[in-house]
Write a protein that binds this ligand. Structure first.
Ligand code: IPE
Ligand code: IPE
Ligand code: MG
Length: 266
């Protein structure tokens, strides 16, 4: 495919949604899509609104994308909602983000049950404000037996701290004699990450044009395909989401190999 054009999109929203949907090949679906939802602040500034209004508009986009993901039978959707670095923002903004999160979880629970969504969360969850922790725990518990899509929220998440957390757990197990240092391999390490039970993301989407990973899933994105759009998160919609998946399906994932050669035994 035209690689240049897939790097940075200025999306034309003139497509009919069902035509787009029909172009998605169900046999080549990414199992796991991760999204860096960025640009709420810029969206608000463009409209001369407050950043709070931007975040509120961002929640609407979350709803649309979750619904679209269920619609195309995606297995796992991970949304980067709050990073460990985001605590550095003004207190008012942090509080708003936490409040919107609680509101979202409460409001969406019936819909999650209806859509058979299993909600989980990754990150240093113990350090979230108690009302967030409680609502989160309640939602996770209520949806734990659902069999449809897994909706994974990254909250107080940082890729580097996740790796440190895994290393600490492994070190403790070695100290207690449960495992030997020589047993550490990629599989064992992965099983100590927050994402232990999830497949690695196949596709990473980032909105609002920034070409960086911002401490997101550093280990798990090792071979993910990146799809970056200029669209600001509140304007991101299912048409563009489907376009990202269609583009993903045109790419050739080589995993370090050469086309047509499946690799030799090592
Ligand atoms: C993303 O939008 C939302 C969060 C990080 C929680 P931003 O708030 O980062 O928006 P910009 O980057 O300032 O436009
Ligand atoms: C990434 O967005 C974090 C989330 C979407 C939660 P940021 O806006 O925090 O990232 P930077 O500051 O542009 O790297
Ligand atoms: Mg940002």
């Amino acid at each position: 495919m035209d690689h240049e054009s897939s790097l940075l999109k200025n999306f034309e929203p003139s497509w009919d949604i069902n035509i787009l949907k029909s172009q998605i090949n169900p046999e080549k679906m990414p199992r796991h899509i991760a999204i860096i939802m960025d640009g709420n602040g810029r969206w608000a500034r463009e409209k001369r609104l407050t950043r709070v209004a931007g975040h509120r508009a961002g929640v609407k986009a979350v709803r649309d994308i979750v619904e679209a993901s269920v619609d195309i039978r995606l297995e796992v959707l991970t949304l980067y909602a709050f990073s460990v670095q985001n605590w550095e923002r003004p207190k008012r903004e942090v509080n708003t983000l936490m409040r919107l999160l609680v509101e979202y979880l409460k409001k969406e629970l019936p819909e999650m049950m209806e859509q058979d969504i299993r909600m989980i969360a990754i990150g240093d969850l113990d350090r979230l404000p108690s009302r967030v922790r409680e609502t989160l725990a309640f939602t996770i518990e209520k949806t734990k037996n659902n069999k449809g899509m897994t909706l994974n929220l990254a909250l107080n998440y940082g890729g580097k701290s996740e790796i440190c957390h895994a290393a600490k757990q492994i070190a403790r197990k070695i100290k207690e004699g449960q495992i030997e240092a020589d047993q550490i391999d990629e599989g064992l390490f992965s099983r100590h990450l927050y994402t232990a039970d999830l497949p690695d993301p196949d596709l990473l989407i980032r909105t609002s044009g920034e070409m960086r990973i911002s401490n997101f899933l550093l280990w798990q994105l090792a071979y993910a395909e990146f799809w970056i759009t200029q669209t600001l998160w509140p304007d991101f919609n299912r048409a563009e989401f489907f376009q990202a998946i269609i583009d993903f399906q045109k790419r050739e994932r080589r995993f370090g190999r050469i086309t047509g050669f499946l690799g030799r035994k090592r």
